[in-house]
Design a protein around this ligand. Structure first.
Ligand code: AHG
Ligand code: MN
Ligand code: MN
Length: 332
């Protein structure tokens, strides 16, 4: 028998550590949790309700949108709007920024960047998928319309970040910059309950996660690192284990808990890498750093990159600190 320490109780306790806190941020997180439960409900019924397959359109990246991409986007945008604590948002599924430009939302402090449904290629085949979110405080004065500068902040300015994995169970993992905690959805009470307190990623690991189908297009340093992973050396437990799901959230969640390295380099096709800085790399980088890991584009810390546009991409390497350091020896 466990005592349910629910996400909402946890948020309230965390809030009490900030004497001046007004509860706005707690409300925002609470509503992100509600949107996650709504998406989870659909994911659980996929195959029974009309949610599998393509929607017919494509997003700003030119990728085919799945019905669940659109459902998740609509659900999160709607929940951010009704909660009233978010003045504007960026979504993978929307070319333009989403600005809730009315007197209530102009009084809100927070900007949210999100990948509403991560791992779209896995939806129809019952493989784990996720949602990623990143929260910033706006820079422009409260009460005024948001500006471009509010969106283009460095990852190190995030006030919170997290993901939800819709997997064998549904887990919400987040940080406010004071460590990382994970909450598993208990379907019997419909609440996220603390299941993974104070997550620390192992200092080293033996899992490397990369789409090796792109091997011949990888930078030389990445090719050499992969060969290093495959060499035989019992002292370093090599050959390492290759694991790649194709949902960033699922690959990162596994490596976060077990120790490992996730790699998505630049390739001939994706000259800047495939993953999007503002709603994939930055939130995952913040979580990994908070859990004792490292996140880099191969040259600099992900969280130090100043974004130039909202759908910007970046090479992405993140995971256990000793593994990232080893990779950097090969890259440099
Ligand atoms: P999304 O479904 O949000 O577009 O993200 C897909 C991303 C990410 O989840 C995953 O790590 C990567 O794309 C997989 O790409 P490849 O199929 O090129 O390996
Ligand atoms: Mn994604
Ligand atoms: Mn997506």
């Amino acid at each position: 028998m466990y005592t349910a320490n629910t996400l909402n109780q946890f948020i309230t306790e965390q809030q009490s550590a900030y004497p001046g806190a007004t509860g706005d941020f707690s409300r925002l997180l609470h509503h992100i949790g509600i949107a996650a439960k709504k998406v989870n409900r659909k994911v659980n019924k996929a195959g029974l309700v009309d949610i599998l397959g393509q929607a017919g359109g494509s997003n700003v990246q030119g990728e085919n949108q799945q019905k669940l991409d659109i459902y998740a986007d609509d659900t999160f945008v709607n929940e951010l709007c009704v909660c009233g604590e978010c003045c504007a948002a960026v979504s993978e599924e929307k070319q333009e920024t989403i600005i809730f430009n009315d007197p209530i939302h102009n009084n809100a402090k927070y900007i949210v960047c999100m990948d509403p449904l991560d791992g779209s290629s896995n939806i129809d085949v019952n493989v784990s998928i996720g949602t990623i979110f990143s929260i910033y405080r706006r820079l422009s004065p409260i009460g005024t319309p948001v500006t471009e500068a509010d969106f283009l902040q460095k990852g190190s300015d995030q006030v919170a970040a997290g993901y939800i994995i819709y997997g064998s169970s549904t887990v919400l993992v987040y940080t406010v910059g004071q460590g990382v905690n994970g909450f598993t959805l208990d379907p019997s009470i419909g609440e996220f309950c603390l299941s993974h307190p104070a997550i620390k990623t192992p200092k080293n690991g033996i899992i490397y996660s990369i789409n090796e189908g792109n091997y011949i297009k990888f930078p030389d340093g990445v090719k050499k690192y992969i060969k290093y992973c495959q060499e035989n050396d019992p002292a370093t437990r090599r050959p390492f284990v290759s694991r790649y799901i194709g949902s960033l959230v699922a690959d990162v969640h596994r490596n976060l808990l077990k120790g490992g390295l996730f790699l998505y380099p630049e390739t001939e096709f994706y000259s800047q890498g495939k993953l999007r800085l503002m709603y994939e790399c930055n939130p995952i980088a913040f979580l990994l750093e908070q859990a004792g890991g490292i996140a880099t584009d191969g040259k600099q810390r992900i969280l130090d990159i100043v974004p130039e546009y909202i759908h910007q991409r970046s090479p992405f390497y993140t995971g256990s600190p000793d593994m990232v350091r080893k990779l950097l020896e090969f890259l440099n």
